[in-house]
Design a protein around this ligand. Structure first.
Ligand code: BGC
Ligand code: CA
Length: 330
């Protein structure tokens, strides 16, 4: 009898310790692996998961919502404890929320913001990101500050700023709001902006290069006073196009200020070389850390106020943007 009791006790101990050591599994869906900013984001999440002793698996949505939906089904079938989702089409987030809710798995959205209406349908649905309008404002301010401190930047001496705008993917809040607020900020600084051309280049360097090159050909580089891009990759594409036309290679007479958003390493290097004017830090590290911390706290039913990030309206964590100019990169 005693022996049996002892055995039972040992068995319980084993079960308890096993269940405690059971590692948390995060299923992370990324809209597309081949995106410089999302790579930074992924690295931050991988590192934070490792630190926390959790397992994180990443799925590449390949810019296709149907592909991503199947990946979400698979993660749920495989018994992940929580989902982190960077939706391909943020306006198609409702079915993802419904699936997570049906499986009683928390879901943390990142980088592409579902509507509050959608998030409100599930108490364990959250969004972590950065306020798009803030980055737009800051990139517009970078251009305005440059224009004011460099009279030669007003090439046709009309007091107005003739610019080209390169926009990100259609429907993305960062594309819509950065486009709007960068121009607003220029106006607010007292400079009248004049749009020479704008185009969608889908966050992509190569597309931006081709488009910028076509604009340079049709408009003439000497008539362009600024290039504003919704992200760094597109800014770098524009820089490539400019360099191919002998611009932004060191001769101050052949220079067009270019701004982006993200502060990716390649953009900081271009700024150091004097090829790009500035960018805005899109803090992938903090967004990634916050995403994993929140995901794990939700999965483990912990107090969400303990993770070190302020949660707004029980739905949002906002990570601030920050202007970056040449001097800051050194
Ligand atoms: C970044 C872009 C990125 C996009 C992906 C934006 O916040 O600035 O570089 O391509 O997110 O969704
Ligand atoms: Ca002008």
């Amino acid at each position: 009898m005693r022996k049996n009791l002892l055995l039972a006790f040992i068995l319980i101990l084993v079960i308890v310790s096993c269940s405690q050591a059971q590692e948390m599994k995060i299923g992370a869906c990324i809209y597309r692996f081949n995106d410089a900013f999302m790579l930074r984001f992924r690295n931050a999440m991988a590192e934070e998961s490792q630190k926390a002793g959790a397992k994180i698996d990443f799925a590449d949505g390949q810019d296709d919502q149907n592909t991503q939906n199947s990946q979400i089904d698979e993660f749920i079938a495989n018994g992940v404890n929580v989902l982190i989702v960077n939706p391909v089409d943020r306006m198609s987030s409702q079915p993802i929320i419904d699936k997570a809710k049906a499986a009683n798995i928390p879901v943390v959205f990142i980088n592409r913001e579902p509507s509050l209406e959608m998030l409100s349908t599930y108490d364990k649905a959250y969004y972590i990101g950065a306020k798009a309008e803030e980055s737009g404002t800051q990139s517009g301010q970078l251009i305005a500050e440059y224009f004011k401190s460099h009279p030669e930047a007003d090439k046709n001496k009309d007091g107005k700023l003739q610019y080209i705008l390169l926009r990100g993917q259609n429907g993305h809040q960062d594309m819509i709001l950065r486009s709007k607020y960068s121009i607003e900020a220029i106006k607010e600084s007292g400079i009248e902006p004049v749009e020479l051309a704008n185009a969608i280049a889908n966050w992509d360097k190569l597309q931006a290069m081709t488009i910028a090159n076509a604009f340079i050909m049709s408009i003439g580089a000497e008539n362009i006073e600024a290039i504003i891009a919704n992200n760094d990759e597109m800014a770098l594409g524009a820089v490539e196009a400019l360099k191919a036309n002998n611009y932004n290679m060191g001769d101050p007479a052949l220079y067009i200020p270019v701004v982006g958003v993200d502060a990716n390493a390649s953009a900081l290097e271009a700024m150091d070389r004097g090829e790009m004017l500035g960018t805005v830090l899109n803090d992938a590290d903090n967004q990634g850390i916050a995403a994993v911390k929140l995901a794990l706290a939700l999965a483990e039913n912990k107090d969400l106020n303990s993770i070190g990030y302020k949660i707004i309206d029980n739905k949002y964590i906002w990570i601030p943007y920050q202007k970056v100019t040449r001097g800051d990169t050194k």
